[in-house]
Design a protein around this ligand. Sequence first.
Ligand code: PNS
Length: 181
Amino acid sequence: MIGSPYVATEGRDRVRRVVCPGSFDPVTNGHLDIISRAALLHDEVLVVVGANQSKHGLFTVEERVEMLRDVTSGLKNVEVGTFRGLLVDFCRVNGVQAIVKGLRAVSDFEYEMEMAQMNYRLAEVETLFIAANPVYSFLRSSLVKEICRYGGDVKSLVPEVVFERLQERLGSPDHGASSGL
Ligand code: PNS
């Protein structure tokens, strides 16, 4: 005879608060896809910019936060902030139940799996993966910056406010290839 199914009830009445961490240098339409889908699934979504290695970015941590706040302003259960140190410590202090990450392609899997398993090992914090919209499977911030720097069109890859900031920061684009021959 099959017994009654086990139903986990502990914590059922708690707010389901998750974190979407990242560098967000800058936020792309791909990030926004994952954040907005996480916001549909959970009560609260904390989008946090990792500030451990802030010096190497194109944008400062404050600028990244500003852009994130701007582009998520229509999502009422999304809050934007920063964190330093270990992500699992941020989760513990802020009562976060799970980390939400987007998976674009198989190439993301190894790195993300490693972090997910380490975060569980460190503090039993779960990681949930959302499969990226295939429209954005090739999209990452570093590529956007490179394309923009050399005069390529990134308008459809980032929110309008980010596009404007990229234009300001990278100046007038260096159009056309040169061979050096
Ligand atoms: O957008 P990214 O660069 O993939 O974001 C990486 C980030 C910030 C989520 C990751 O480097 C991180 O969690 N850093 C905090 C330090 C930490 O907890 N390291 C251990 C991870 S197992």
